[in-house]
Design a protein. Structure first.
Length: 132
């Protein structure tokens, strides 16, 4: 009985390690608001993707963003273009929907993703310009 418990314990610990290692490896790197603004002022502008709802987007968004709601990402990622190595910066209100959209994009083969640090709440808190 003790051997069975030990084997089960080892399996559970191994599964937890694999889960957290995989989750950590799939985490999208963040880009600070300042670095993002500098990048947008350069010649190599990334595609900025707001994955909030169309209603939220219409109420105000980061300038130059395009809107594809996170729950439509799997059906609409072709709108992002054929170059799956293009840089895409993703944000939502607070981060949860952006993480979901980033996972869908990675699964579709997009390789150059960044997550806007602070998302829309952070952008607004910093008093940065928005568009309607």
């Amino acid at each position: 009985m003790k051997i069975v418990i030990s084997v089960v314990t080892v399996i559970v610990i191994a599964a937890v390690i694999v889960f957290f290692t995989t989750a950590q490896n799939n985490a999208t790197p963040q880009i600070s608001q300042g670095d993002f603004q500098a990048l947008m002022a350069s010649a190599n502008k990334p595609l900025l993707l707001d994955v909030r709802t169309p209603k939220e987007f219409a109420e105000g968004h980061v300038p130059n963003a395009i809107n594809i709601s996170h729950d439509e990402m799997g059906k609409r990622f072709t709108e992002l273009g054929a170059d799956k190595s293009q840089e895409i910066v993703v944000y939502c209100r607070s981060g949860k929907r952006a993480a979901f959209a980033e996972a869908v994009l990675r699964e579709a083969g997009f390789t150059n993703l960044k997550h806007l640090e602070g998302d829309m709440l952070g952008w607004q808190k910093a008093g940065l310009k928005t568009e309607i």
